[in-house]
Design a protein around this ligand. Sequence first.
Ligand SMILES: *Cc1c(COP(=O)(O)O)cnc(C)c1O
Length: 401
Amino acid sequence: MTRRTSSLASLAVHAGRGDLVGLGVHTMPIDLSTTYPLPSIEAGRDAYDRFAAGERPDPGTTSVYRRAWNPTVARFEDAMAALESFVPDADADAPPAEGVAFASGMAAISAVLLSRAAAGRPHVVAVRPLYGGTDALLASGLLGTEVSFVEVEDVGSAITDRTGLVLLETPSNPTLDLRDVAGVVARAGDVPVMVDNTFATPALQRPLTLGASFSVHSATKYIGGHGDAMGGVVVTTPEHARELRPVRTVTGGVMDPWTAYLLHRGLATLPVRLAAQQATAATVATWLAGHSAVARVRYPGLPGSDPEGLLGRQMSGPGAMVALELVGGFASAERTCAALRLITHAVSLGGVDTLVEHPAALTHRAVSADAQPGEGLLRLSIGLESADDLVDDLDHALRGA
Ligand SMILES: *Cc1c(COP(=O)(O)O)cnc(C)c1O
């Protein structure tokens, strides 16, 4: 049981830790067993049957084998489910939610695609832009997926009787577009909607409370928050979770317990990290918008960037990812990255230090030419450095741009 909390910040500190006092420990034990003693053949057989049906093991029974179940990973999953289904209003019902963790964000997304294909619905309606790996996976058809890339307005008309999933990101990677989740859910009708919530995190946005069926994360990013743990997690309805767990068990893309521990620990500071990073991002974005080397800043919090009024309604703040289009295009982006002295030139995001990368050349390299980000676009993940230091570094670098 999780302690009763009325704020997400409190929940982030306590979620998934309900059994610790009973165990007589203060932090999550890391269970490294790959196999578990069986009380009897019959008990083991019953556990296998439960896992094959996608069920969690009964409390107090054997976990059997790590690829099927691990208690350290399960605590992290429970914490993510609690955060993603949190509703601030004490009278409102939280949507039923369960977490299913994976070895990476791509393993999590792959498992959802496989589970929908296994249900006889391999067609995916996807709204671009998407993370380059997701876009390329869908376009390749590798997992038996058929994809239609459409604008939000065309989601409804793209759905056929083979459609098993509608997929979108908000804010999107790398252009930070906001999409109306409830609006997409309405257009999708009976088809489940998956939101990649990596950029917003449950600290700012909880897609299940807006009607989505899946909220998926690269936990490698903000959830862990320190650039030292790779993982993915899907938070979904209990019904879809029962479909996902057997896919995970047979394909083997499981999260390891050390990682689950680090990600669970990271959750405790997620709301304060993101609040600080977001405040700095707003300062940096506003400063960049006034710079002569910058043609356009993409940040949901800037005037004109949220035409549908989703900030405050769908997402509690604009987040800490910023993208900028340079007047001087690729050459200018190359010079800027080379001249930075504090900000690290590296892919990935969501950690405590500020990173910059060129999506068209790197994270979105595998996206088809017609959907590539611009050659002058740089993406910044704002960390916990002071805004003054970041502005100084960017000012210096952009001077030579
Ligand atoms: C990084 C990322 C992914 C992929 O996650 P991995 O943990 O690297 O596998 C998926 N979606 C988004 C939005 C990402 O930024």
